[in-house]
Ligand binder design. Sequence first.
Ligand code: PAF
Length: 284
Amino acid sequence: MITTTAISTIREHVNAWRRNGETVAFVPTMGNLHQGHIALVNEAQKHADHVVVSIFVNPLQFSANEDLDGYPRSLAQDSDKLMAAGTAILFTPTPEMIYPKGLAQQTFVEVPDIGNELCGASRPGHFRGVATIVTKLFNIVQPDIALFGRKDFQQLMIIKTMVEDLSMPIKVIGVETIREQSGLAMSSRNGYLTADEKHSAATLKQALDIIISAIQHGEAIQDAILKAEKQLVNAGFTPDYLEVRNANTLRQITATDSELVVIAAAYLGKARLIDNVSFKRHLS
Ligand code: PAF
């Protein structure tokens, strides 16, 4: 595996692969890698000749009250995991390389509407930061395909929208969420949980399943959500949002929509956890 901070090194390798007619898959990450990230790399191997991974903790997607400096960093361990997974190039740029003029002078990419709802409403500017860095990384790596976890469902939808709206010649693939045995979705943010909180954290997935089961049994969606919210509060969570949306557009659902996603964000101790489950509603 080649590890580099240099954009020119990435370009040289990618250009050489292309001249040989070989394809490139890209997995952008913020590091502190867990099995969910490695699943993305494994899936990437199936779709392309070479896999490029980036590790960059993107300051642009953290707001002033979010802990950018405290975000977990574990480059040596991450590098071992990526090498074992068969990564060809690991790109680890510094903020100065990515934003040489400083954040205030940076050109932004912004996806309207869905970028401002759900997590976008609670974390203003977050998805603008994500869309901007992903665009920059796409322009640096110029991959044929890019892979993102479905755990960050809204992020995945925003990136798909951006790629379509800006005619980027990249196929975006969403990869299934990897879960602990308890059902808890794997996330770098689980590291903020105490042992007791980690035990309670499994309730988030259970709450999503409760909503789906109630809807499939004909219960009103708002009643199902209220029931699940109570369960979350009893387990020590402070829910941010818990909603059922159209799984293809992430918009509010209509009476005839059948492909749905139940999507949630909730605080537990120091962690803000997100999760979602897509399902097909039985319509009579
Ligand atoms: O999902 C993440 O880890 C980040 O939002 C991403 C896509 C790497 C952009 O910084």
